[in-house]
Design a protein around this ligand. Structure first.
Ligand SMILES: [Zn+2]
Length: 92
C-alpha cells in the first residue's frame, strides 16, 4: 500500500500548457515594464549626473546648495550625484 503512494508521488508533474502560456506572457510584460523603468531611470540619472557635474564646475559639489549642509561622504561614495544632504532627503 505504501508502495502505491510513493509510486504515485514519483509520477512526473504534468505541465499545464495554459498556465505556462500565461506565465510567459506575464514574464514578457514584466520584462517590458522593467525595460521602460530602466530607460526612465537612466533619463533621471543622466539629469542628476549632469547637475552634479555642474555643481563641480561651480565649486558647489559636496554640499547641498539649498541648506548649505555638507553631503555626507558616505552618500557621495554611494552615489556621487546625490544633490541633497541626508536631513533634507529625510524631509522630502
Ligand atoms: Zn539639508
Amino acid at each position: 500500500m505504501g508502495d502505491t503512494i510513493s509510486a504515485e508521488s514519483r509520477k512526473p508533474v504534468e505541465l499545464d500548457q495554459t498556465s505556462i502560456g500565461r506565465l510567459s506572457r506575464m514574464d514578457a510584460l514584466q520584462g517590458q515594464a522593467m525595460q521602460f523603468e530602466t530607460e526612465r531611470r537612466h533619463g533621471v540619472e543622466r539629469q542628476r549626473i549632469e547637475a552634479a557635474l555642474e555643481r563641480i564646475e561651480d565649486g558647489n559639489f559636496g554640499y547641498y546648495i539649498v541648506c548649505d549642509e555638507d553631503i555626507a561622504i558616505k552618500r557621495l561614495e554611494n552615489d556621487p550625484s546625490v544633490p541633497n544632504c541626508i536631513d533634507c532627503q529625510r524631509h522630502t
